[in-house]
Design a protein around this ligand. Structure first.
Ligand code: SF4
Length: 403
């Protein structure tokens, strides 16, 4: 089995942003952080006693996501970090990423993260225009974003990435271009550029750019960042060679990862699942109880809960997820993973190849420039094709030996 990743969710933020649908809430006080740590300890105790969770050489990526992990009190983060490092097998040279927001970063916090062993930070900048930061209800302002990026570019000793958003209300391609120019001035080696998506409730007073404008923004990002040496390697992610997020590759390549913390999910291979449970041919999705309090109560007693917290996956689900995640990647899908069933997959791509949306290069299938822009409709048609494959073929033992 490939080395799994570890995701740890920290649900706290300085402030709840207006567009945010993540499992997070505004909470800066110490007491909930203590409770979070105590429950996390119980969860880590449970999983670390199961060596199959991370067989040698152990986890090769650890990702602190949120929420805003960088707002944890330094001693709490330190104890949580030591807990993972001491109780789990983590491979030497593992990627340790921590998500940060500008309002929680200063020189001493950066030094502290470095001393702990965090070797990659991902900073939520989103925009350099106060008018957008206001509308997004972000806490940081343009001046904070600039201050933090200057600091990181000058003092941070590890790898780093920044997040930007496009498709903001009434944003023009020229204004998006200006955002990229400002980001590139700090010479980042990785940028995530996400299109703003709004829930219906929140979108009432927002006028988002039309589809043509959004497509123009996609192209601007690809061209501007490409010229700066940051190649697009996933629909929303750009990096210099070797600077890609190793942890996020696990999601897109459908590789196993364990999720801990109240809002974490995971994907476990059959070999990581206790014998007493249905291990399934394609492993299971791992989820957490639906509230912080329930998560807190269940943490550490997971064997009793696992039956409900793990949902095993069928061959069809596995294949649909494989397409949904893998076609986001520039490298595309590795069809050779499917052994003697690769032919079944070749067939489902035929029509999309004719439309010019998918190309097959060697043993890989990937979305073309055109296909990437209409990926949702391409996927819907591919799912219809999958319906035609007999379930027995999808569930056969030779189908995707990685699981
Ligand atoms: S900082 Fe991130 S996780 Fe927290 S509320 Fe804002 S968007 Fe959501």
């Amino acid at each position: 089995m490939l080395a799994p990743g570890l995701y740890v969710h920290v649900p706290f933020c300085v402030h709840k942003c207006g567009y945010c649908d993540f499992n997070s809430w505004a909470e800066e006080s110490r007491e909930p952080q203590e409770r979070w740590l105590r429950a996390l300890e119980r969860q880590v105790n449970f999983w670390s006693k199961r060596p199959e969770t991370a067989p040698a050489p152990g986890f090769d990526t650890v990702f602190w996501g949120g929420g805003t992990p960088s707002l944890l009190q330094p001693d709490i983060l330190e104890r949580a970090h030591a807990l993972l490092r001491d109780q789990f097998l983590v491979a030497p040279g593992a990627e340790w990423t921590l998500e940060c927001n500008p309002e929680t970063l200063d020189s001493s916090r950066l030094q502290h993260l470095h001393d702990l062993g965090v070797n990659r930070i991902s900073i939520g900048i989103q925009s350099f225009e106060d008018i957008y930061l206001d509308r997004l209800e972000r806490r940081a302002r343009r001046a904070d974003n600039l201050r933090v990026l200057e600091l990181v570019a000058k003092e941070w000793k590890g790898r780093w990435s920044l997040d930007l958003m496009f498709g903001l209300p009434e944003q023009s391609p020229a204004r998006w271009d200006a955002e990229l120019t400002q980001a590139l001035a700090f010479q980042p080696s990785h940028i995530s550029a996400y299109q703003l998506t709004l829930t219906t409730a929140r979108s009432k007073n927002w006028k988002q750019p039309d589809t043509d404008t959004l497509l123009a923004m996609f192209d601007i990002a690809e061209n501007r960042l490409g010229h700066a040496g940051l190649a697009k390697y996933e629909v929303s992610n750009f990096a210099k060679p070797g600077e890609e997020s190793r942890h996020n590759f696990k999601y897109w390549r459908l590789e196993p990862f364990l999720g801990l913390g109240p809002g974490a999910s995971g994907l476990l291979a059959p070999s990581q699942i206790p014998d007493s449970l249905n291990r399934g041919r394609f492993g299971a999705h791992q989820k957490q109880p639906d509230t912080f309090e329930k998560w807190e109560n269940a943490a550490g007693q997971e064997l009793a809960e696992l039956g409900t917290l793990l949902s095993s996956r069928s061959g069809r689900e596995h294949l649909e997820e494989f397409l949904m995640m893998g076609l986001r990647l520039r490298e595309g899908l590795d069809l050779s993973r499917f052994g003697d069933r690769a032919q079944d997959l070749g067939v489902i791509f035929e029509r999309e190849q004719v439309f010019g949306n998918i190309e097959i290069v060697g043993s890989r299938a990937r979305a073309t420039h055109q296909g990437e822009r209409v990926l949702d409709s391409v996927l819907q048609r591919l799912f219809t094709e999958i319906e035609k494959i007999p379930p027995t073929n999808l569930d056969s033992a030779s189908f995707d030996p990685i699981f």
